[in-house]
Design a protein around this ligand. Structure first.
Ligand code: GDP
Length: 140
């Protein structure tokens, strides 16, 4: 499975602003197959664990608070070159730098509240997918 999956979350801002359907359409139109999906809410503890790599960054507290502030949609997506292709579909971290037509350019409101997560490597895609889903919840 390595190399052809990525993990995403539709973040609390995009859920709250009613963009779940539109973002899933971008994902489908981008040629990704949804092999796992969950509408859920992260506890502050779980959000802190998920973003532990950013623990020393000044925005860590804000990030954890935001990511546990409301429901999210977590999903595992399958496609050749999934990680890189999904990063292209979502655009740069800061929506003001994201290419026109990308999910973040369309739906993000700030560098923190940036609508979606996308794994940054094949290794992290595996770790993040298994953080949210068991093997019996993924349908390859
Ligand atoms: P990503 O891989 O594009 O999601 O970006 P990073 O891995 O660098 O950062 C993870 C997440 O932390 C981003 O998606 C943002 O939600 C958040 N973040 C990054 N930089 C900042 C910042 O300067 N301020 C705030 N508030 N949040 C940030």
């Amino acid at each position: 499975m390595s190399g052809n999956i990525t993990f995403t979350m539709i973040k609390p801002d995009a859920v709250k602003n009613g963009h779940i359907g539109a973002i899933l359409k971008h994902i489908n139109d981008g040629g990704f197959k949804i092999i796992a999906m969950k509408y859920s809410k992260l506890s502050a503890e779980k959000a802190g664990e998920f973003y532990a790599v950013h623990k020393e960054r000044p925005f860590y507290g804000e990030l954890v608070e935001f990511m546990s502030s409301g429901p999210i949609v977590a999903a595992v997506l399958q496609k050749d070159n999934a990680v890189d292709d999904f990063r292209k579909l979502i655009g740069a971290t800061n929506p003001s730098e994201a290419e026109t037509g990308t999910i973040r350019a369309l739906y993000a409101t700030s560098i923190g509240k940036n609508a979606v997560h996308g794994s940054d490597s094949d290794e992290n895609a595996q770790i993040e997918a298994h953080f949210h889903f068991s093997n019996t919840e993924m349908f390859v």
